[in-house]
Design a protein around this ligand. Structure first.
Ligand SMILES: Nc1ncnc2c1ncn2[C@@H]1O[C@H](COP(=O)(O)OP(=O)(O)O)[C@@H](O)[C@H]1O
Ligand SMILES: [Mg+2]
Length: 310
């Protein structure tokens, strides 16, 4: 496991706002490899959790391990293997992208070839000698990710890295993250409040709501959890036949709702059973398909009473 949290809790006390439970008994494990999404609406505790992982704030309770090291006591042992990008990146705007990376590489005792490698990897090789102040936000963010990657970390933590980027910048950064996750050496822990981003980039996801875990697993698994029960969409000849089909299914204890113009939404995932019941009554469905809840639905279901910001 690259990240292990057990019963982690963090409360802030503000003068005006009183006590805020930012992270509320969070237990979470992230296995090695791929991109793990950390999805939750704004204010759900993502940044606080990440700051705890990096030893930037102390948890009030619970156990935290990063790459096997207990945080904060043993964190120093693994800091060379953890790269992070939290909040806005610290770059020197009047230096070139290459110079920025060179300074960091020198501090970390890394060879200059590593800088070239990374400039190439993040797609900045041909702009490497331009000043950072002339870069787009997407380019700056890719440079910041290159900086976090300098030490070839086993774990790369990115806190909402596409925040504030224009759509083109978002695409660039997402492609970069996907490439990182598929190279096999680095596990990426990516926080986001954007469902589409997690769906596009991540292999696994943990969904957070008010500092608590609401779901965790493969993206497909989490979908299945939220979609529990299953539904079928059936197409019939016309509204009239749909009405009769609903009545027939009702006799079998299966509830069905009209899906105009000539369909039904059936609360069952037993396609064969539904088909047989209708066929026995002389009704032949023209189409019968499982309704796959998408991640958006899952997220909204799971965070139902939170004001999901999407
Ligand atoms: N330094 C702080 N002092 C007081 N409250 C804070 C502080 N940082 C975060 N919070 C509160 O903790 C909660 C979680 O915030 P945060 O971890 O930033 O969530 P997210 O990153 O998911 O948006 C929010 O209610 C936020 O207002
Ligand atoms: Mg945040």
């Amino acid at each position: 496991m690259v990240i292990e949290l057990t019963g982690v809790r963090k409360t802030y006390s503000g003068v005006r706002s009183g006590r805020t439970v930012a992270v509320d008994g969070l237990s979470l494990t992230v296995p090695r490899g791929g991109v793990h999404g950390f999805l939750g609406p704004n204010g759900s505790g993502k940044t606080t959790t990440i700051r705890i992982l990096l030893g930037l704030v102390a948890a009030d309770a619970g156990e935290v391990r990063v790459l096997g090291a207990r945080v904060p006591h043993e964190l120093a042992r693994v800091t060379g293997s953890v790269g992070a990008l939290v909040e806005s990146p610290q770059l020197f705007p009047s230096f070139s992208g290459r110079r920025n990376l060179q300074i960091l590489a020198t501090l970390a005792d890394l060879p200059a070839t590593r800088v070239d490698e990374l400039l190439e990897f993040v797609g900045l090789a041909d702009r490497a000698d331009d000043r950072v102040k002339g870069y787009s936000l997407g380019m700056r963010q890719r440079l910041a990710i290159a900086a976090a990657m300098l030490k070839s970390p086993a774990l790369l933590i990115l806190d909402e890295p596409t925040n504030g980027l224009d759509p083109a910048g978002m695409v660039e950064v997402r492609e970069l993250i996907r490439a990182l996750g598929s190279d096999g050496r680095t596990t990426v822990f990516l926080s986001s409040h954007l469902l589409a981003e997690v769906a596009a980039v991540c292999d696994a996801v943990t969904i957070l709501r008010r500092g608590q875990l609401v779901a965790s697993g493969d993206v497909a698994e989490v979908l299945a959890m939220a979609g529990g029960g299953g539904q079928l969409r059936i197409a019939l000849r016309d509204a009239d036949e749909a009405g009769r089909a609903a009545a027939v299914l009702g006799e079998h204890g299966i509830s069905a709702a009209p899906a105009p113009p000539a369909g039904l939404l059936v609360a069952s995932d037993d396609g064969a059973g539904v088909n047989a019941a209708l066929g026995a009554a002389g009704i032949w469905a023209r189409e019968l398909a499982p309704v796959r809840p998408d991640l958006e639905r899952a997220f909204l279901d799971l965070t139902a009473d939170g004001e999901a910001v999407l």
